[in-house]
Design a protein around this ligand. Structure first.
Ligand code: A3P
Length: 316
């Protein structure tokens, strides 16, 4: 799944120093979680049968996945669930519950049961962080659609940093500088950020009708325009009546950071195993990285980006 395991890094760092039983137990449990994810990914690859009208939301963590899942669901199901309705499912459920991850929610159960997905109302919408080449053959070979969202690595790293600090056991400690080194060397559960992004980028150029490549920054800057692009791509474009009738605005409002963060379900619930929903909503801003990066960190990540993306036509 990933080229290097972040958990192994924790193991290395911790066992060099303290060696307390409590820390060892926390690390073993992190290793177990990773092993379950690998099993879940293999199970997904083996068993998932794509339907021609499935939609897959792909991303690296902390790239705006929660948001894109909500926007996709609200758009595709807008005739069944009116976006301005007080009973809309997104008001009572986190978007990760409604749009489950293959590797966390669907195939990630500790009992290893292969779920029956055939009865989910169509079009079915799923999420994943798995790199493009590792998706199931059935996804590659079907007409299903994939939307990938990427985020500027500077902000994505800071978002990761806060997130992992919050969700990992307090006994697993690491500094911003250590985490930064791992990020720059490509240590990530779902592979180095450059290969995950470039895998989907290249594929989106080869098959633009199958893969829509989105950027968090563009979605923030012009949500209306990007949402229309999304609807068009998903073969459910907004009509003029819908646009003038405020349907697009209602979807944008329903899925906005402010609205979602304030929902009771997102203050107290838990949609993805060991992650509380409240940790999915931090600042939702562009450029927060400047508050954390030293000049040398800025230089280093810029160099990594130049080295890894310089040979491609991709730019952030
Ligand atoms: P920050 O940590 O920078 O605030 P993911 O959903 O892939 O885990 O990404 C999480 C990032 O997206 C977090 O960024 C989070 O605050 C932000 N986010 C969550 N919901 C959002 C929304 N509705 N609109 C914009 N950003 C959102």
């Amino acid at each position: 799944m990933a080229e290097t395991s972040m958990t192994n890094k924790f193991t290395k760092t911790e066992s060099n120093g303290h060696g307390k039983k409590e820390k060892e137990e926390a690390l073993i449990s992190e290793e177990e979680k990773l092993s379950l994810k690998v099993q879940a990914t293999i199970s997904f690859q083996k068993h998932f049968q794509a339907k021609h009208n499935d939609i897959v939301i792909a991303s690296l963590p902390k790239s705006g996945t929660t948001w894109l899942k909500a926007l996709a669901f609200a758009t595709v199901k807008r005739h069944r669930f009116i976006p301005s309705s007080q009973n809309h499912p997104l008001l009572n459920s986190n978007s990760h519950t409604i749009v489950p991850y293959f590797e966390f929610n669907i195939y990630g159960g500790e009992d290893n049961v292969i779920p029956d997905l055939s009865t989910i109302p169509e079009p079915r919408i799923f999420g994943t962080h798995i790199p493009f080449p590792s998706l199931s053959h059935s996804i590659h070979n079907s007409n299903c659609k994939i939307m990938y969202i990427c985020r500027n690595p500077f902000d994505a790293f800071i978002s990761h940093w806060h997130f992992f600090k919050t969700i990992l056991p307090s006994s697993v400690t690491f500094s911003l500088e250590e985490a930064f080194e791992w990020y720059c060397e490509g240590t990530h559960f779902f592979g180095p950020f450059w290969s995950n992004i470039l895998g989907y980028w290249e594929a989106s150029k080869d098959t633009p009708n199958k893969i829509l490549f989105l950027k968090y920054e563009e979605l923030k800057a012009n949500t209306n325009f990007e949402l229309k692009k999304i609807a068009q791509f998903l073969d459910c474009p907004f009509s003029e009546e819908e646009e003038s009738g405020g349907v697009i605005d209602s979807i944008i409002e329903l899925c906005s950071f402010k609205k979602m963060k304030e929902l009771e379900i997102n203050k107290s619930g838990k949609a993805v195993q060991f992650v509380e929903n409240k940790h999915l909503f931090r600042k939702g801003e562009i450029g927060d990285w400047v508050n954390y990066f030293s000049p040398s960190m800025t230089e280093k990540l810029s160099k990594v980006i130049e080295e890894k993306f310089g040979g491609s036509d991709f730019s952030f």
